[in-house]
Design a protein around this ligand. Sequence first.
Ligand SMILES: N[C@@H](CCC(=O)N[C@@H](CS)C(=O)NCC(=O)O)C(=O)O
Length: 202
Amino acid sequence: MKLYDSKMAPNPRRVRIFLAEKGIQVPDDQVDLAKAQNRSPEFLKINPMGGVPVLQMDDGTNLAESVAICRYFEETHPEPRLMGIDARDKAVVEMWQRRMELNLFSTVTGCFRNTSEFFKGRIPQVPEYGEVCRQAAEKAFGMVDGFLADRKFIAGERYTIADITALVAVDFAKLIKLRVSPEQKNLARWHEAVSSRPSAKA
Ligand SMILES: N[C@@H](CCC(=O)N[C@@H](CS)C(=O)NCC(=O)O)C(=O)O
């Protein structure tokens, strides 16, 4: 088994943090995104979508999509539970995970993809759309600050995959010059707590 990874990119970091929380070690193969190795014919055979991470299993299965990879490890290594405990809790965690992915993570990365030098010439960029994403990301920071007013973590009192997605999004937002503001006290408190976990170094 090996993980096609990139230390510079946010999606693989989600999987690395997830693995670190569970104490799982998987050998990695660093994909050079700067050199567009992920768009080479060889890599497209592994993941036709051209993205990292990809978990290559011993039977040859190539599993892409960060949350699908996390789901696999949640099933094979259930503890600590990061995707919920019973039916209700699993659904609640998934709701928050999707909210963090759709409203926070995707808007931050959407801004980066459409405005950064890194993606210039690599994908069709629409800078105006990037700005729309930036505003949506700013709004999402405020919303998450509000959500955290009455609970310790994004999905409740337990650390879950929703915190991982949100942490990676907030950290990656520095690249679009968006930071937690001093008024966002709940978000700042949460960010400090999740950043101080050893897994955050992953
Ligand atoms: N939906 C996929 C997204 C994968 C993805 O877009 N990965 C980015 C890194 S964060 C990538 O490979 N970007 C390189 C590129 O688009 O050239 C997931 O959840 O893993």
